[in-house]
Design a protein around this ligand. Structure first.
Ligand code: NAP
Length: 447
């Protein structure tokens, strides 16, 4: 038997577990997660109104219910929890699939003013992440600025524009639904520092912004035209060309008479968040122009955009895990085809997959080949560690260490509690938003 621990139960962790059990009949996998709930960013990152992507949970469920896979939730790895060195004693091999747990910073004055949040903090709140804080994101907000033009920026822009009727069928927590439903936001500015052809969103997600009820879209053709590829997109790769075509289709139309407006802005780089009455009041941008090498340069002209809410959506970043090497520049763990590199040399028995391996890029499906590459390395290395005697069942050892994981039945009990909560509110499933209620539900015995 080859015992492998996979740390993290998001898509990369689940695809890793799946590859392991598919490729080698000897393997038994424990999938550990800090949270009592599985699925990582599929549960706590994919927007609640993206039901189709969310339904991927059914596939991931199949992996975690495999007879040689065990879900061990509520287990912190690292400081305050199970040390990395202890995992190495309990398992033949460990695969870290811990994602990119923090946000990139802008590094500009005013970034930490009340009312300025990372997009992740906002996403965590409406996704019921138990660590999320509810700071009245939308109180008194008429104008919101979203900084960045990636898919996360599109997600939060869309959520700000949606009304209660559209959000009510989702599994969003009730407090967030109530707040978004009562929102008085009239304008959402989504702002890129470069041009339309360099935006990171995908066309499907961009197009969706044009389908939101009672919401208009404004693109200034003169601003977009600073990008030569906007005027002539023929030479662009297909994904960027399609983005530009969608934007050109919207550009120049008169501002529609709608309850909300989304203004897509380009060539503006944020230089400062300015305060009004003790919280953010505006974002000061410097206008940029293309530098001819794919980047931009400042022009020395500035523009202020009013905002009572600023969501900084400029990408994620991996964080170091005590006991593992870390490349601070890339925010990843150094590796060779998924094998962790310690001091430049391969450390057999330690592996990475997903965003902590390759950085926070790609769609969910990108994790599948990424996990397979790592598992192939692991199984090739297996003769180096498979004969090592282990102290017994790792679950018993964890319990002896004082760790009491939430198992699959605990997670199923959470699912039942969420279904009951939804029924009591006249909705479908509604997520439990805090540690207390999640753990209380997990400790019951199910339906
Ligand atoms: P992202 O795709 O890397 O986009 C980050 C955006 O922030 C870019 O527009 C970037 O502009 C901008 N930015 C970075 N630093 C900045 C700065 N200092 N000032 C102003 N702008 C700055 O990151 P993301 O949106 O967080 O998405 C992460 C990954 O998750 C992506 O692969 C994404 O596709 C995926 N995702 C997918 C979905 C979906 O499929 N529905 C949903 C959510 C996320 P530059 O290009 O100029 O650097």
């Amino acid at each position: 038997m080859l015992r492998v621990a996979v740390i993290g139960s998001g898509p990369s962790g689940c695809y890793t577990a799946q590859s392991l059990v598919q490729l080698d009949a000897r393997v038994r996998v424990d999938v550990l997660d800090r949270l009592p709930c599985p699925y990582g960013l599929v549960r706590y990152g994919v927007a609640p109104d993206h039901e189709k992507i969310k339904s991927l949970q059914h596939t991931l469920r199949g992996v975690l219910e495999h007879e040689r896979v065990r879900f061990l939730g509520g287990v912190q790895v690292g400081p305050g929890g199970v040390p990395v060195a202890r995992l190495r004693e309990l398992y033949h091999a460990v695969v870290y699939c811990v994602g990119a747990a923090t946000d990139r910073r802008l590094g500009i004055p005013g970034e930490d003013l009340p009312g300025s949040w990372s997009a992740t903090e906002f996403v965590s709140w409406y996704s019921a992440h138990p660590d999320a804080v509810d700071d009245g994101f939308l109180r008194g907000v008429r104008s919101a600025v979203v900084i960045g033009v990636g898919n996360v920026a599109v997600d939060v822009t869309r959520m700000l524009a949606r009304g209660a009727a559209e959000l009510s069928p989702t599994d969003m927590p009730h407090a967030a639904l109530t707040a978004l439903g009562a929102s008085e936001v009239t304008t959402i500015h989504m702002v890129g520092r470069r041009g339309p052809s360099q935006a990171r969103f995908t066309t499907k997600e961009l197009r969706e912004l044009g389908t939101l009820p009672d919401t208009g879209l404004v693109v200034d053709p003169a601003e977009a035209a600073s990008d030569p590829a906007y005027t002539d997109p023929a030479a662009l790769p297909a994904p960027q060309r399609r983005n530009v075509e969608v934007l050109r289709g919207w550009a120049g139309a008169p501002a529609p008479d709608a309850r909300r407006l989304i203004r897509l802005r380009f060539f503006l780089r944020p230089v400062e968040l300015t305060a009004r009455e003790g919280r953010v009041g505006a974002v000061r941008f410097e206008r940029t122009v293309p530098d001819g090498r794919g980047g931009v340069t400042g022009t020395g002209t500035y523009e202020e955009v009013e905002a009572q809410l600023v969501l900084r959506s400029v990408g994620y970043r991996g964080v170091p895990l005590e006991g593992l090497p870390f490349d601070a520049a890339g925010g990843t763990v150094p590796h060779l085809a998924g094998r962790v590199l310690r001091g430049g040399a391969v450390a057999p028995g330690e592996y990475v997959a997903g965003w902590i391996k390759r950085g926070p890029t790609g769609v969910i499906g990108t994790n599948r080949p990424c996990a397979k590459e790592t598992v192939t390395s692991l199984l090739r290395d297996a003769p180096l560690f498979a004969e090592r005697d282990l102290p017994g069942d790792p679950l018993a050892a964890l319990r002896a260490d004082g760790v009491e994981p939430v198992g699959w039945t605990g997670w199923q009990a959470i699912e039942h509690a969420e279904a009951r909560l939804g029924a009591s509110l006249g909705r479908t499933t509604v997520k439990l938003p805090d540690w207390e209620s999640l753990l209380a539900a997990a400790r019951t015995t199910g339906p």
